[in-house]
Design a protein around this ligand. Structure first.
Ligand SMILES: *Cc1c(COP(=O)(O)O)cnc(C)c1O
Length: 347
């Protein structure tokens, strides 16, 4: 499906909505006396935090545009990518009418966001290789109420990549938007679909600074999509959703991508070493190959292993409600990974 009318996909109330115009948007020019936004005139923390942040988030967007090779008019920023995903639900899915599709096991927030927005979920089980079962999804993808199809590559909780041909089949078949969650893409460089954005008017690539960039506490995520899609999402975006601390920090930090790259390389090496170590431990049944910064590991008696680790102060993610018998283990520092292996060895 290559000719979509994004305006028709969006909810009618969003199309009709007059977006909130903040004081900073009404008049964005230079001024020496600012009495327009009911701010406090005293800079108590001495770093300009008494003023509202730039609602257009220009500094971050310009640097991000350079970094990703995507024009700023194709970028929407969110308070974490979870907020970006929520905007997509709210702008495109009519509560109680429209639906979303994703393949299970999946990142838990997709279902939560659907619940919050009263949107029905079509959960299609992944195939035996934990990849989207395109054949099973095909008739559903084509339905006009299927507003969002959410894919995740590298996938959470498994860590595998979705092959390009499957992504393309889904993009061609879907009558709604295809949201590709690339939260872990910095660990699989060269695999992003971002360079193909122009080819797919229904593609929304979602990325985050929480994982590879190491900024989970700053809460910054982004959607990359056609300008028409970004315009619609901007209609419902609160004007100050990216705080001043994050907006001030990011432009300089984005320039340090060499350093970030090196840390990612270290994590990838540690992941491979940890996978190797785990495979030799008796209670480990299988380590799923991963392109992300975590390993999905099948254990003999996963629940008991989970609690035994907790007793030693080591917390991993119990996947009992997603992938039976598995724990999801984030790759830590060499020392943290050593402590984990040491704790697992006698179990
Ligand atoms: C961690 C994660 C996110 C959320 O990232 P934030 O930007 O921190 O909100 C989104 N999707 C997946 C698959 C994740 O694992």
């Amino acid at each position: 499906m290559n000719n979509i009318d994004v305006d028709l996909l969006a909810r009618e109330n969003v199309r009709r909505l007059v977006p909130y115009s903040s004081a900073r948007q009404d008049y964005a020019g230079p001024a020496s006396v600012r009495l327009d936004a009911n701010e406090n005139p005293y800079d108590a923390a001495a770093n300009g935090l008494n003023r509202y942040p730039d609602p257009l988030q220009r500094g971050v967007k310009e640097r991000l545009a350079e970094l990703r090779g995507v024009g700023p008019e194709r970028i929407l920023l969110g308070n974490g990518s979870d907020e970006v995903l929520d905007f997509l639900f709210r702008a495109f899915c009519r509560p109680g009418i429209d639906r979303v599709l994703f393949f299970t096991p999946a990142y838990g927030m997709y279902r939560v966001l659907a619940g919050v927005n009263d949107v029905e979920v079509c959960a299609v089980p992944s195939d035996r290789d934990f990849l989207p079962d395109v054949e099973a999804a095909l008739p559903l993808l084509k339905e006009s109420t299927m507003k969002l199809t959410i894919l995740c590559s590298p996938n959470n909780p498994v860590g595998n990549l979705i092959p390009r041909d499957r992504l393309e089949r889904i993009l061609h078949a879907a009558s709604g938007l295809v949201v590709l969650d690339e939260a872990y893409i910095d660990f699989a460089p060269g695999e992003s679909l971002l360079p193909e954005l122009d080819r797919y008017p229904n593609l929304v690539v979602v990325q985050t600074f929480s994982k590879g960039w190491g900024l989970a506490g700053a809460r910054l995520g982004a959607a990359f999509a056609a300008p028409e899609i970004v315009r619609i999402l901007n209609r419902i975006r609160p004007p100050y959703n990216i705080n001043a601390l994050t907006q001030n920090l990011l432009p300089e930090y984005l320039g340090r991508h060499e350093e970030v790259r090196n840390r990612i390389e270290t994590i990838i090496k540690e992941r491979e070493r940890l996978a190797d170590t785990l495979q030799r431990i008796p209670c480990v049944l299988h380590v799923h190959p991963s392109r992300a910064n975590f390993l999905l590991v099948r254990f003999r008696r996963a629940d008991a292993v989970y609690h035994a680790l907790l007793e030693r102060g080591i917390v991993v993610r119990n996947m009992a409600h997603g992938v039976e018998g598995c724990l999801r283990i984030t790759v830590g520092t060499a020392e943290e990974n050593r402590l984990l292996a040491e704790a697992l060895a006698p179990l």
